[in-house]
Design a protein around this ligand. Structure first.
Ligand SMILES: [Zn+2]
Ligand SMILES: [Zn+2]
Ligand SMILES: [Zn+2]
Length: 266
């Protein structure tokens, strides 16, 4: 199993339109952060996407995506689903399953209502089959478990991928994780958590809050994503290094960046 970060930025994307801050003007390529999304590939060629934000088309071209077997939605905020129409070319051969919780699926079907009703011939539409996941689904040899978490007052999902003896969880936009869901996050090979910035935020974990979850979950490796433009990549990296929390492989928590690829050898 390997994963590719298609985007690691917060809802605006970075640089933010009209912003002249040091991060938005940074020459470090890791400070350009498109909307948060990951691609997960299984050993048998399974190709699984988590979220499809406004720049999905460019993310897919950049990552060389030529097929998808399923899409997993964390929630229906614009920065996570408004690229869904760009899935069209990947649904020509077969309709694409899209999984989420009941709220996300209902919102998707409302906002993309044209996809699910009869329209005139000749107009291209993505062929999506939505399903509500309450527990677990499989895609080839990959097991995918839904992890309910809170995003402010909203019920959203994190996703845990288990394949070839490796386990990884992707939990973005969460502000609170209850005990039952936290149990799913213990002892992973890789834990990816959304962490907006050092300052607290009402609906997202701060760097410090995410670090506490990571410390308690004790993964072999930990990365944070969905960063805003308050810190350069280098500053975020230093922030986490200074916390002194070491993951199982002896590495500090790291901010992810667009294009980062992580492979599990086991
Ligand atoms: Zn978001
Ligand atoms: Zn900025
Ligand atoms: Zn959100």
């Amino acid at each position: 199993m390997d994963i590719t970060f298609l985007g690691t930025g917060t809802s605006h994307g970075i640089p933010v339109v009209g912003c002249s801050c040091a991060v938005c003007g940074s020459a470090d390529s890791r400070d350009t952060r498109w909307r948060s999304s990951v691609l997960v590939r299984g050993r048998s060629g399974e190709s699984l996407l988590v979220d499809a934000g406004p720049k999905f088309r460019l993310q897919a071209l950049r990552a060389g995506i030529d097929r998808l077997d399923a899409v997993f939605l964390t929630h229906a905020h614009a920065d996570h689903i408004h690229g869904l129409d760009d899935l069209r070319p990947l649904t020509v051969r077969a309709p694409l399953p899209v999984y989420g919780n009941a709220e996300a699926v209902a919102e998707l079907r409302e906002r993309f209502s044209y996809v699910f009703r009869e329209t005139q011939r000749g107009g291209g539409k993505p062929r999506l089959i939505t399903s509500v996941v309450r527990d677990e689904v499989a895609a080839g040899s990959v097991r995918i478990r839904a992890i309910p978490v809170k995003h402010g007052g909203l019920d959203i999902l994190g996703w845990k991928f288990i394949a070839d003896g490796a386990s990884f969880a992707y939990v973005t936009d969460a502000s609170r994780i209850d005990q039952a869901s936290f149990g799913e996050l213990r002892g992973l090979d890789l834990l990816v958590l959304g962490a907006l910035r050092a300052r607290p935020h009402a609906t997202h974990m701060s760097f410090g809050e995410a670090a506490e979850v990571i410390r308690a979950a004790a993964p072999a490796r930990a990365l944070v994503t969905h960063l805003c433009h308050e810190h350069t990549h280098a500053e975020a990296e230093e922030y986490f290094r200074n916390l002194g929390i070491l993951c199982g492989k002896g590495e500090a928590i790291e901010p992810a960046w667009d294009g980062l690829r992580v492979s599990f050898s086991n």
